[in-house]
Design a protein around this ligand. Structure first.
Ligand code: PLP
Length: 442
């Protein structure tokens, strides 16, 4: 990293693009967090990406800790992935008929994750939405249970948090309000909500309502409230939901192929009935998937009565990027240990930098996921996370950005380390972080 840039670097091109974008796209972006609303300033419009770096429209280079929000575990523009996509493009971009790449990728996913059957879709949202429909079709039950602060994409039934938390009134145990306009209360009522890392609350809700709950869906390690780690007692309570005939759906869209070859559940020793994947499974192209036990998956059309389809599902370009990525992960068994080691050093360096500056932070990290919460901690639940000082985070974020480090533009997100983040990037990041913490303290 060139320390003379990008402090004072121009943002003229990004500003011009943002102005044009706002005229034709709501908020100027195609996914909300990209707009920098919670941290302020001009969102950087990116022109290219290579290795651990992003380059914006004004030519400023950043050490990237977003990795396209997870997929780029190998780093950007990985030669094997790029070559596979180019080759696939030469063979035709879409067939509307099955092809060999989706068979290869399905076999690879099943081998690595232990799923018996898998269905490809185009996003994480489609994966969770479809898995829930499948769970309802399989069990003949209407309700699902999710955890407060877990994000599973933007399907109606899943855009529900616990506005008022777990209620004490038995009739209303676990009911919560929609977290978006346009989601009718009637839909939200079918999604019950419990607190993550609260085994007693989960047990109580299951005793009361378990017989009508088709599935419990959860992030095995949470990334979407910032990083939250499950406690052993909570994991045991998750296992117990099956005693009620309820399916356990692990949403591994973020953690799958990241926290280990078999995701967070592999790392934690959990065996869900169904799993959902996204991000890494498509190597940077739009892919999602859901899979699990064959007796459940065989309820999916055309084998079974639960309808689910997609014009571009199994798209050869997308499959080729996923295949090349998962293959590269298989071929580099030391990668996960390297990711863990980098992230551990990053966490220690950031903690030391914050201490030096007199800024109180609580750093949660596991594998290559990490969040710096601006508070004393511990942070185990969404409610804990929500106590963070988001104004301090915004100052720190801007300090990093000005110094060429592209961190996630929200307090409540994980960052993602890639296999090509090395010593150079670590030192540059810690130097920028030290200076940015001093700005927070000032
Ligand atoms: N599930 C989890 C755990 C996620 O982190 C996300 C996205 O960040 C989704 C589901 C939704 O995936 P997508 O954005 O591909 O629709």
């Amino acid at each position: 990293v060139d320390s003379t840039q990008p402090s004072g670097a121009s943002t003229a091109q990004s500003e011009a693009l943002f102005d044009r974008a706002r005229r034709v796209t709501p908020g100027g972006v195609n996914s909300p967090v990209r707009a920098f609303r919670s941290v302020g300033g001009v969102p950087r419009f990116m022109a290219s990406a290579d290795g651990a770096y992003l380059t914006d429209a004004d030519g400023t280079r950043y050490v990237d800790y977003i990795g396209s929000w997870g997929p780029m575990i190998l780093g950007h523009n990985h030669p094997a992935v790029r070559d596979a996509v180019v080759q696939a493009a030469q063979d035709g971009t879409s067939f509307g008929a099955p092809g060999w790449r989706e068979v290869d990728l399905a076999e690879l996913v099943c081998r690595v994750t232990g799923a018996q059957k898998v269905r490809f879709v185009n996003s994480g949202t489609e994966a969770t939405m479809s898995a829930l429909r499948l769970a309802r079709g399989f069990t003949g039950r209407k309700y699902t249970l999710k955890f407060r602060g877990n994000y599973h994409g933007h399907a109606d039934a899943l855009l529900v948090e616990a506005g008022s938390g777990l209620m004490t009134n038995a009739d209303q145990l676990g009911t919560a309000a929609p977290s978006s306009a346009g989601v009718p209360d009637e839909y939200a009522r079918l999604t019950l909500v419990s607190e993550y890392n609260d085994p007693q609350a989960l047990d109580a809700l299951m005793r009361e309502r378990g017989h009508e709950i088709a599935a419990v869906i959860f992030e095995p390690v949470v990334g979407n409230a910032g990083v939250l780690l499950p406690t052993p007692d909570f994991l045991s309570a998750l296992h117990r939901v099956r005693e009620h005939g309820t399916l356990l759906i692990a949403d591994e869209v973020m953690t799958g192929f990241r926290l280990s070859a078999n995701g967070a559940t592999g790392r934690l020793g959990l065996t869900p009935d169904l799993s959902c994947w996204g991000k890494i499974i498509g190597g940077g192209l739009p892919v999602g998937a859901y899979g699990g036990r064959a007796e459940i998956m065989d309820f999916v059309s055309p084998q079974g009565p639960v309808y689910q389809a997609g014009t571009l599902s199994g798209n050869p370009l997308a499959m080729s990027a996923g295949l090349a990525t998962l293959q590269a992960l298989q071929d580099d068994p030391g990668l996960y240990a390297r990711l863990d080691a980098y992230t551990e050093r990053l966490a220690q360096g950031l903690q030391a930098a914050a201490d030096e500056a007199g800024v109180t932070v609580c750093i949660n990290h596991v594998g290559s996921m990490l969040t710096v919460f601006f508070q004393a901690g511990p942070v185990a639940t969404y409610t804990d996370a929500a106590r963070s000082d988001t104004a301090a985070f915004a100052v720190w974020f801007q300090g990093l950005l000005r110094r060429g480090v592209y961190w996630a533009p929200s307090q409540f997100e994980s960052i993602f380390v890639s296999g090509v983040h090395g010593d150079t990037e670590l030192q540059a990041t810690l130097q920028a972080a030290r200076e940015a913490f001093l700005e927070v303290a000032a």
